[in-house]
Design a protein around this ligand. Structure first.
Ligand code: ADP
Ligand code: MG
Length: 323
């Protein structure tokens, strides 16, 4: 069951509804969507719009009132909940590491439940700590309170990945960290996902985070109803309505430029002497920042130059929604 698709499995929600006892309005109402295998989909919406309820229905911490959920074509509601949860990694803002267990024991929870041999578990713990950027020799034997918040958050991600689940649910996982740690976690997480290609639902109320991380974004309104579900570039270029536009904000063009790297524009060879330099990995938004800061209309990049006009042209191309 779900074992054969560790690389990612399609998730299908069909008319998913949750009505909590004693509440007039449903918390989640008739949500239908498909999340392609191996994609990272971000749910963005205001507090209380039903994001957590939707996630918890997918791993059956909450039973839906009606509707259906399929993962890799299998009816989730027909599977035993404990069994199901071993195949779904879950990361939450509060991290939820067990304080009386070491870092290694926390990461080994699900492999232990699955009765993996000891040697295999130890190797997996070491591998995962390395994967999330923590030295196994230093951290495996420590307790959660001996780690910083950002380090604990990485352990939370490692624990969710432990049994190589096809699906990961991440509920505001970086919400409690400071901006610098948060940016580092985002970058490392993106690098990981490029390798692992899990099917991930990632919840945030931060639209910038959604643009940065998402293959697609679902902008949600109350009761988790979908206002728009599309790629970041297309949502930025064509917000479906005023509600979505309010998330995008007044700097949609700059946000679009943040989706394109300098290297992607393949800067033409040119005379770079005396120009400020930006690396190929920088975004066009960062290149523009360097231009404004230096009051110039051209910058040097690895092997060439890039002009203000070329950045404007790239923004124009992004508008047509080709990306
Ligand atoms: P979000 O994660 O988007 O902030 P939630 O899914 O936590 O939203 O909550 C959606 C709505 O359901 C809110 O109005 C919340 O008050 C309500 N709610 C959440 N959990 C419960 C519960 N256990 N019982 C009753 N109402 C709940
Ligand atoms: Mg929530």
């Amino acid at each position: 069951m779900l074992d054969h698709m560790t690389g990612g499995a399609r998730i299908e929600l069909d008319n998913l509804t949750k009505r909590y006892p004693g509440q007039d309005a449903p918390a989640v109402e008739n949500v239908s969507m498909e999340i392609p295998a191996g994609e990272l989909v971000v749910f963005v919406g205001p507090s209380g719009c039903g994001k957590t309820t939707t996630m918890k229905m997918i791993n059956r911490l909450i039973e839906p009132t009606s509707g259906s959920i399929r993962i890799g074509g299998e009816d989730v509601l027909a599977l035993p909940p404990d069994e199901l949860r071993r195949h779904i990694g879950y990361v939450i803002q509060q991290i939820g590491l067990f304080p009386h267990l070491t870092i290694a024991e926390n990461i080994a929870l699900v492999p232990n439940l699955l009765r993996w041999p000891k040697a295999k578990i130890q190797a997996r713990v070491d591998e995962l700590l390395t994967l999330v950027g923590l030295d196994a020799g230093t951290y495996a034997g420590r307790y959660p309170k001996q780690l910083s918040g950002g380090q604990q958050q990485r352990v939370g991600v490692a624990r969710a990945l432990a049994a190589d689940p096809p699906v990961m649910l991440m509920d505001e996982p970086f919400g409690a960290t400071d901006p610098i740690t948060r940016e580092r976690l985002q970058n490392e997480f993106l690098r990981l996902q490029r390798e692992l290609r899990k099917t991930i639902i990632f919840v945030t109320h931060d639209f910038e985070e959604a643009v940065k991380l998402g293959d697609r974004i679902a902008v949600l309104r109350e009761r988790s109803r979908i206002a728009q579900y599309d790629t970041p570039a297309r949502i930025l270029a064509n917000p479906a309505d005023d509600y979505v536009a309010s998330f995008v904000g007044g700097d949609a063009t700059l946000k679009r430029l943040a989706l394109i790297t300098v290297a992607e524009l393949r800067p033409r060879p040119g005379d770079a002497a005396g120009l400020p330099h930006v690396p190929g990995t920088a975004t066009l938004r960062q290149a523009l920042d360097v231009m404004v800061a230096n009051a110039v209309q051209e910058v040097a990049c690895d092997g060439g130059t890039l002009t203000f006009a070329e950045i404007c042209a790239a923004a124009g191309r992004a508008v047509s929604g080709v990306r």
